[in-house]
Write a protein that binds this ligand. Structure first.
Ligand code: ATP
Ligand code: MG
Length: 367
């Protein structure tokens, strides 16, 4: 799968930009603040219907404008062309695929598969659990659109339950209705995440083993306070889940916050049996993050049969030579967009052939 072209109108610092891409490597160079990440963002929204760096679509509309537009041509692995167009305005966004309006953003998720990797992702191991949950959620939303709906519903019910408590509600039967619904979605989310981790585990481990020259064994586990006996059916799981909610109800009421559920879970990451989140060296944490990110490309291929598109925002310069080389090897398998202020000539020689662009602040030169 690959992007053939991108058109941006009043999107961030681009009034009117049209780019044609290389099927392999696309290097986007330029000084700080000139619009390199904006191009990656423009591509990313085509795959997920939202930005990877803001929750507010409106931020993407150029200052002083009412609407913005991004449009891309995507070529599938079997050479079928699809045109995706998103219009952003104060009223929300409108997504069209081949000229037909999509009713729900979720329907966009299976059109393009994107893996984005930025310096923030390099920190997912040492950052708080929320960054690791975000990572799992983002990946799962792409490969399992139903997860996207479940997660949205779960967050909505959770917010309503917390709101009830904040308002001092003590109505047991009303709270039970919310608990019922939270248990339904919560179990689905936990099970999907567990399945995801069990699938990605071996891929990550073998990549990490290779980058660390066979010295480190990476282990990842989904970490949750929910547990049910092997073979338990859905009704039994729901009972356990609801009991957990009941146990924490009193303190939830006091805090106006739900203390149990997948929004509190984490990804446990170990190297040679030692918790990397807490005890890993910076290098180990980075290698683990890189392994997990690269594993996503393989997982998407396994789960969907499609090759993903890789967006690398400023990460090359953050990696040492060995890790850079590993990443560059991975670039040969998929279409890749790489941003950087500059690229070391040594690294440049290793890169696959492709196209270079220079962001100049609102304009982009093709080299
Ligand atoms: N909504 C917007 N309208 C107009 N310009 C915007 C908008 N949002 C951001 N910008 C501008 O875009 C520029 C930043 O773009 P971007 O983040 O792509 O830079 P960059 O080239 O990736 O920089 P760096 O190398 O520092 O990461 C800034 O100059 C900022 O003022
Ligand atoms: Mg940037």
């Amino acid at each position: 799968m690959r992007f053939q072209s991108l058109y941006l109108k009043n999107f961030r610092n681009y009034e009117d930009l049209e780019l044609e891409f290389d099927p392999g490597l696309n290097l986007i160079l330029g000084e700080n603040g000139k619009g390199k990440t904006n191009i990656l963002e423009g591509l990313f929204v085509m795959g997920l219907g939202r930005s990877f760096r803001t929750n507010s679509d409106r931020e993407m509309i150029a200052f002083g404008r009412e609407t913005a537009l991004s449009r891309a041509k995507v070529i599938s692995d079997d050479e079928k062309e699809t045109e995706i167009e998103i219009t952003y305005s104060n009223e929300g966004k409108l997504i069209k695929v081949d000229g037909v309006k999509l009713q729900r953003t979720v329907d966009l998720l299976e059109k393009v598969y994107i893996v984005v990797f930025s310096p923030d992702d390099l920190r997912i191991i040492k950052d708080g659990p929320d960054s690791r949950r975000r990572f799992m959620d983002r990946e799962l939303c792409q490969i399992r659109p139903v997860y996207y709906s479940d997660l949205g519903s779960y967050k909505k019910v959770l917010k309503q339950r917390n709101m009830l408590f904040k308002q001092g509600c003590r109505d047991e039967s009303l709270i039970a209705v919310f608990d019922e619904s939270l248990a339904d979605y919560g179990i689905r989310i936990i099970e999907e995440r567990e399945r995801f981790v069990s699938r990605i585990r071996d891929i990550c481990a073998s990549i990490h083993f290779e980058i660390s020259s066979g010295e480190e064994k990476l282990g990842i586990e989904y970490e949750t306070r929910f547990s049910a006996a092997e073979g338990a059916d859905l009704a039994e799981k729901k009972d356990i889940y609801k009991r957990k909610l009941e146990e924490s109800r009193e303190s939830d009421m006091q805090r106006g916050f739900t203390g149990f559920g997948p929004h509190k879970d984490d990804l446990k990451i170990e190297i040679n049996g030692i918790d990397t989140r807490q005890y890993g060296s910076q290098g180990q944490q980075r290698t683990a993050a890189l392994s997990i990110k690269l594993a996503e490309i393989d997982l998407i291929k396994q789960e969907t049969g499609c090759s993903a598109i890789l967006l690398l925002d400023d990460v090359l310069s953050e990696l040492d030579q060995r890790r850079q080389r590993y990443l560059i090897e991975a670039m040969r398998k998929v279409q890749v967009f790489v941003t950087a202020t500059e690229i070391d000539p040594e690294v440049m020689r290793l890169l696959p052939k492709g196209k270079s662009f220079v962001a100049k602040g609102g304009k982009v030169l093709t080299q």
